[in-house]
Design a binder for this molecule. Sequence first.
Ligand code: F6P
Length: 611
Amino acid sequence: WAFHCTHPTLSRAQRSSSVRSTCRRLHRPPCPRPFSSLRMIAPPHSLPVSLDYRLVSETKEWQALMRHATEHIQRVHLRELMRDERRVQALRTEYDGVYLDFSRQRVTEETMRLLYALAERARLRDKIDALRAGKHVNSSENRAVLHTALRAARSDSLVVDGHDVVREVWRVLDHVRDFSERVRRGEHRGVTGKPLKNVIAVGIGGSYLGPDFAHEALRTDPVANETARGRHLYFLSNVDPVDAKRCTQDISAEETLVVVVSKSFTTSETLLNARTMREWLWRELGTAPEVVRQHMVACSSNPDMVASFGIDPQNAFELWDWVGGRYSVCSAVGALPLSIQYGFEVFESFLEGARSMDANFYDTSRPLLENLPVVMGLLGVWNMSFLGYPARAVHPYAEALLKFPAHIQQVDMESNGKHVTLRGDVVDYAVGEIDFGEPGTNGQHSFFQLLHMGQVVPCDFIGFIESQNPLCLEGEPVSNADELMANYFAQPDALAYGKTAEECRAEGRPEELIPHLVTTGNRPSLSLLLPRLNPYTTGQLLALYEHRTAVQGFIWDINSFDQWGVELGKTLAKRVRQQLNQSRYFGEAVSDHFNASTRELLERYLRGQVG
Ligand code: F6P
């Protein structure tokens, strides 16, 4: 409960307080109004950590950072900051092989000190502890957020709302292990007796992006590549019928297992795609109930809907309301397709990597500088809310991470794309970056021009010491991987230092070209360097970025774990779907409930008129 005094002469900060006694103390002179004039604001569900401010921007720690940004950081170029070697050495940290250099951020040690102070004021450690303990940090849905329990060790225990969630997790993981091994050994076969060597995973959003990113990261890892020999994994996410065609056109239904992944089992795109796959199987293999029972399985928290679809309840793999879709890759959502493709041991190694990063994040007794997700989260807050950079890019210098930016885009933008605090107050500071990215060096030949000369977009560079595919051609000055990494090392400096007019002149460039050649620099980035991309480090990266998002949400005091914004579009699509049905099959005119623009678009679409 929060008590907001309605006294008109008080400032917003003074009017707000978490308890009545504090509220009275804040008033100078004490509020003459009786208790009844204090408006009691009930949050939808009690919040696990209470704060002594309404908006974090009202705190003195936030104000100090604002001043620091304008009075110091905005006046100094990264070129100068990088001259101070002591500073450069202070702005780096490492955990379990993951090395983070953030010296090319527009920060000093003083900035970091002020950011840590903000973290203390925002009670970041308490919030992390609440997350870990299974408190209902997703307050608008009154849910715990326990994706880290999905990668807890079997020997761990975490009792939440009366259930040992770790035991539940391992019950399902054992089920996944058993089923995936039976498929891989050819014990669970298709109806014609053929082994199931293809898997089509049907799902969208969090039920697709995480598994797809992990699959791409693993498929060229030498060990995983070997264990996947002869097997194929496809993802069907888009409801565009072309996606279904692309998935099925080169494979035989006899050898295919369809995994329907939907936490709710109500997502319209996924269910239509699941029905499309069922039709395909029926068409190819007949309509006997065994076809669906042998060729379709599901990951869902809705067993009734799974059963009514015709899927054998024995082949339904459970998840729970405390697993958010975008945080679900470590549940059966990722475990099932990835274990069938690569074997359960490979997936376990991915879980172990994530668990390692969880341990770093949850160790709130250590200095914040040693907590990688916290450092990256605080830098995110700094760049967005204090330096005003609305976007952020992630560039893995590893082709196998080609789907990582898309996954992080959902993790971060669905989590932190919010406009109110947990209590429902509208924020007056910028939250939620626009995330995008592309593997290097491809990105360099696409949008890097803008990063060097146009908008300032803080960048994450992710590199690896060893390649998944070491290759060195005779006569070449460096190996292929060194060629790639040369760019990984060069780009952050190009962004930070830029090129001055004097440097261009010293190269003998014609004077009229100089304005076109100057790059301003002063563009922040951070560099992550890991030993090699394998299942373990893929798990580490996943958890690092998941927790970074949580840290930012905790500082901004928003709910990073709900996604109400996506509902409106779904509701409107329902109305359009009804209209399309009525018009196509019953000849009804487009309703004037739609606005003139949508009406015209719909009419053209229904008439089939292109020009
Ligand atoms: O529309 C967004 C969303 O709700 C995501 O949060 C979720 O990952 C996705 O849809 C799919 O949901 P489900 O797993 O329930 O099909």
